[in-house]
Design a binder for this molecule. Structure first.
Ligand code: ZN
Length: 322
């Protein structure tokens, strides 16, 4: 993934069904309410005008993984903006069970839709580092590889959760400066600097409780992660894989045995209280809007999607539909 092939396509492992309207990170206002569209906030029908955001994963609720409490692994999954119509449109029809109220954000944010549209990617990061990765104890160090949107939001979540040092590895300078804005204590440029030596220097050889693979380049970064685990003092580290990639990770079992370390896979954002907790964190002051580096109109979406194929300066581009 993330690598253009000769024919100009990229490898994308998720669901797609074309033609489809794109757009899976969004927020909006309720304009019509179905006869059974119950709000989780009030226990009654949704009210017109309520601001909401929506899970992108349309889990069925009836298959074995769903019934076992694992909606991110639904066997009959549909994905809004990929296999069913998404939100680059004036209106979108979604199941009430996927909606989450943004009312509590109205106290702290002038534009609840702008930050509300970031609840989905923030929930992917929260699922990775808190739900799947087990979170951290305040004071523990964390290392994030890759300052794309998921790496950046994970930085903010883990600092909010009380991380000691948060070290981000990222070669692109605009992304590196965004990582600082999101709370990173140090940024390593893995192309110009020796990753393991820098981790040892910044953490005084302690290492980290949690490593997040958010680059999509496991064949490049796995050695760095393992060597840092091996050479630093920390035992019991968790490596969370959140970026999608088709390449395999070459793993040395010995390192994971001796250092009591583990590798955890993370996918999706649904269930486990995640959307609710992300919205509550934002209401309590976890502001991730610095990730929005540009605002455009709905008409400008196609040209900006093309732009993002080569533009690494922008992070999240927010499209506003009036
Ligand atoms: Zn299901």
């Amino acid at each position: 993934m993330n690598q253009a092939y000769d024919d100009g396509y990229i490898y994308y492992p998720g669901l797609t069904a074309f033609p489809v309207t794109l757009g899976h990170e969004f927020a909006g206002e309720i304009v019509e309410v179905g006869s059974q569209a119950i709000s989780k906030r009030t226990g009654k029908l949704y009210e017109k005008g309520e601001p909401v955001t929506v899970e992108e994963m349309a889990w069925c609720g009836e298959c074995k993984p769903c019934c076992d409490g694992y909606p991110n692994h639904c066997e009959r999954l549909q994905e809004i903006g990929f296999s069913i119509d998404g939100a680059f449109a004036e209106y979108i029809k979604v199941p009430a069970k996927l909606c989450w109220s943004l009312r509590k954000l109205e106290r702290n944010y002038d534009d609840v839709f702008k930050i509300g549209s970031l609840v989905e990617p923030t929930s992917v990061a929260y699922n990775a580092v808190i739900e799947r990765g087990g979170g951290i104890r305040p004071g523990e160090n964390v290392i994030i590889l890759g300052a794309g949107p998921i790496g950046l939001v994970s930085t903010k979540i883990l600092k909010t959760a009380g991380a000691g040092l948060c070290i981000v590895s990222e070669p692109e300078e605009h992304r590196a400066s965004l990582a600082k804005k999101m709370g990173a204590d140090y940024v390593i440029n893995p192309i110009k600097e020796d990753f393991v030596e820098k981790v040892k220097e910044y953490t005084d050889n302690e290492g980290a409780a949690l490593y997040l693979e958010a680059t999509g380049l496991p064949q490049v970064v796995t050695d760095d992660i393992q060597n840092a685990i091996w050479e630093c003092k920390a035992v019991n580290s968790t490596v969370v894989i959140v970026a999608r990639a088709e390449q395999r990770m070459p793993v040395c079992g010995e390192f994971f045995q001796v250092k009591r370390a583990r590798i955890i896979g993370a996918q999706g954002h649904s269930g486990h209280g995640t959307f609710f907790n992300v919205i509550s964190s934002m209401a309590a002051g976890m502001d991730i809007t610095p990730m929005i580096t540009k605002e455009i109109s709905i008409e400008e979406v196609p040209e900006n999607i093309k732009l993002l194929q080569t533009d690494r300066k922008n992070c999240k581009i927010s499209a506003i539909i009036n």
